[in-house]
Design a protein around this ligand. Sequence first.
Ligand SMILES: *Cc1c(COP(=O)(O)O)cnc(C)c1O
Length: 362
Amino acid sequence: MIKFLDLHKINERFRNALDARIKEVLDSGWYLLGKQDKTFEENFARYCGVKHCIGVANGLDALNLIIKAYGFGAGDEIIVPANTYIASILAISENGCTPVLVEPDINTYNINPDLIEEKITDKTKAIMVVHLYGQAVEMEKIWALAKKYNLKVIEDSAQAHGAMYQGRRTGNLGDASGFSFYPGKNLGCMGDGGAVTTNDDELAAKIRAIANYGSDYKYHHIYKGVNSRLDEIQAAVLDVKLPHLDKDNARRREIAKYYRENIKNPRIILPKTYSEDAHVWHVFVVRCDDRGALQKHLEANDIQTNIHYPTAPHKQGCYSEHGKLNLPITEKIHDEVISLPISPVMTQEEVKKVVETVNAFK
Ligand SMILES: *Cc1c(COP(=O)(O)O)cnc(C)c1O
């Protein structure tokens, strides 16, 4: 069986280092907001090329905290791609803001920058970009719009640790960025974890306080905060894995290149990228006119696949207020996509078998 993602194999490579660092936490008797958290935050900030990293409990909280710290709420609108994992949109509505859904570009699957300006109103406060499937959004036009209309740019970088645009990494492409370290992400921990990155000193201090019960120092509460912290064990795990992220992303790129050069089935539409650096291939998403049949064919040949995602957010029950929106590109993507296995631990034989099996699909 070729697994969609073999998490055990991914973490097994680091077993000795993980054992030692987790033991360090156990021996220290200190489990939250300690040395491991501080070390990882510094290392991840350096990796992204930003001044600040704040470890938080998960990726959804990271986005939530950014919006909360900016003080956006009821009556405010935030532009977001219609084609995204629902968490991006939940972070907006959880703060009482209105998500304004914008169609993606059918070639990159990321937000279409040419469709944003017509959606900007006097209530618009921010543009949230999502570096979907691992590909950094082409930011130039978005930066220009943000400047013209005085909007914040919030990045959802949950799928794109290490992806680059114009030589800068995600996490450093907007005013603030949310990361997830959910186990299956390119940089994943062994439970839930997330982070906010930013170059804004004031915002960083505010998010750090809000995430810790709104407290800037012990038992002194300046905001009605929440509890959202990255624990010491998860920070230790992430700090062990971070130095291997670029090598892992390079292997993903190698597999993606092999797929793109060797999958030659006219029924399959392969993913495109505008630059090799831009994509870290969190998932390898192809389109097929009958993805259900393709999925069955692969399953019958012991190859696991996944669908990112089967139902568009505006078609979900929880967003019935957006259900009548006309978003044909988003719906087409949701109807046709299927993700092939890709991970740094796949063997070349496995990669070849996926190609042969996809090519044999009639
Ligand atoms: C995974 C993910 C999130 C949420 O991260 P969690 O850590 O699961 O809360 C947000 N946005 C996108 C695009 C994601 O893929």
